[in-house]
Design a protein around this ligand. Structure first.
Ligand SMILES: Cc1ncc(COP(=O)(O)O)c(C=O)c1O
Length: 397
């Protein structure tokens, strides 16, 4: 039996936060503060019951095979389900041979950084982008160079220039064209085509970090992925269930042409350990097969839309002239541009009991900026946080 999620405000009774404590989870909000920092879902939105049922069904169906070393690339039922979904959503021929299971996008970046690059080579990244992903690549001994971005994402002329200057020393280019972290930007179709053209001219691989791909909150649809526009050639697309089912699952996949997935399937890490996350991939495959995944996603998008709208409306009503903000079409984040310097914004927010993420964490920004997330708090807390921020940033508290 599948859970009926549609009318619930929480993903189910097991989605409680009784053990949401330091020592168990990676980070906890400071006592009494509203935390707008996290790039992950609040406890009530994490579908613990759904996942529990999926694991129970998997144990029954797959028996001992569920506890074996999994096929190196990832178990076929999962890769098949993901490939079918990709082909249907992206209108792109995609088979299980194009999919390789990872332990999340971070692991995908690490595989790329250790296999398709040599220490000392360069990786080009967005001037403003996902900082923790950069940390993974730096830890692979790679030198990061940033490429200018504008309101449409990575600037093709700047990419061209950086590739020319690097004269063949670039291992690959990493970018997030859809529901960007931290800016929320969706790159236009035209820009995608231009970026692909530049990369093809230089013969350089693009890594499309597509963590938020499923989180289109208005149903307007983002342009096709870079992987789909390129017919999968020259692009590795990294996907993850972290932002829709939960980061604790540590499940993701790489979508690429067969030459690349073959190469990774022979990676020592997978030869030794088998699939990066075997049991979990089988459990998630059952959800993909019986539509439990899509039902959850529909439910989640409604909750995230309510939260996004609550935060955006509160900011535009209470902070006009103090910050500039654009309504993102999807993902988790609002990107606030301000005139006050960043340290002052952060200190005042903290004193008022609100945690925000420093814009400078994500690279260079034109003007002071902070990232606020609507994924980790219900609408009422988001509104209360903005009232506190307004008092702090307008200087009345
Ligand atoms: C753009 C981007 N890529 C990757 C990740 C991490 O994904 P995973 O949990 O699958 O390692 C995040 C999480 O914040 C992200 O924002």
């Amino acid at each position: 039996m599948s859970l009926q999620l549609s009318s619930r405000d929480s993903a189910g009774p097991s989605s409680h936060d009784r053990h949401w404590r330091a020592g168990t989870v990676q980070a906890v909000p400071p006592p009494g503060a509203v935390d707008l920092g996290p790039g992950y879902l609040e406890p009530g939105l994490l579908p613990v019951d759904l996942i529990g049922e999926a694991y129970a069904r998997t144990a029954e169906e797959f028996g001992a095979a569920a506890l074996s070393y999994g096929e190196n690339r990832g178990a076929l039922p999962f890769r098949q389900a993901v490939a079918e979904r990709t082909a249907a959503l992206d209108g792109l021929p995609c088979g299980p041979e194009n999919i390789l299971v990872t332990a999340g996008s971070s692991h995908g970046l690490h595989l790329l950084g250790t296999s398709l690059a040599r220490p000392g080579q360069q990786v080009l990244v967005e001037r403003t982008g996902y900082d923790f992903g950069w940390a993974v690549l730096r830890d692979c001994g790679l030198a990061l160079r940033s490429v200018a971005t504008d309101s449409d994402g990575m600037v093709p002329a700047a990419l061209d220039e950086a590739l020319r200057a690097a004269a063949g020393r670039v291992a690959f280019v990493v970018l997030t064209p859809t529901f960007h972290n931290p800016t929320g930007t969706v790159m236009s179709l035209r820009r995608r085509t231009e970026v692909l053209e530049v990369a093809a001219r230089h013969g350089v691989l693009l890594v499309e970090d597509d963590a938020y791909a499923e989180l289109d909150l208005d149903g307007t649809g983002a342009p096709p992925s870079l992987a789909s526009l390129a017919g999968q050639r020259g692009v590795v697309r990294l996907r993850t269930v972290s932002k829709v089912l939960g980061p604790g699952l540590r499940l993701g996949w790489m979508q690429a042409d067969r030459e690349i997935t073959d190469r990774f399937a022979a990676h020592g890490l997978l030869l030794s350990g088998g699939s990066a996350n075997h049991l979990c991939s089988l459990a998630v495959a059952t959800l993909l097969r019986d539509n439990g995944f899509d039902r959850h996603l529909d439910w989640l998008r409604v909750r995230l839309r309510e939260r996004r709208d609550a935060l955006y409306e509160a900011i535009t009503e209470e902070l006009p002239g103090v910050v500039e903000v654009r309504l993102p079409q999807g993902g988790f984040f609002l990107w606030l541009l301000a005139e006050q310097d960043e340290t002052s914004l952060l200190d005042k927010a903290m004193a008022a009991g609100v945690v925000v993420a420093a814009g400078s964490r994500f690279g260079r920004t034109e003007v002071p900026a902070v990232r606020v997330s609507y994924s980790f708090n219900p609408p009422s807390s988001l509104r209360a946080a903005v009232t506190r921020l307004a008092a702090a940033w307008k200087g009345t508290s």
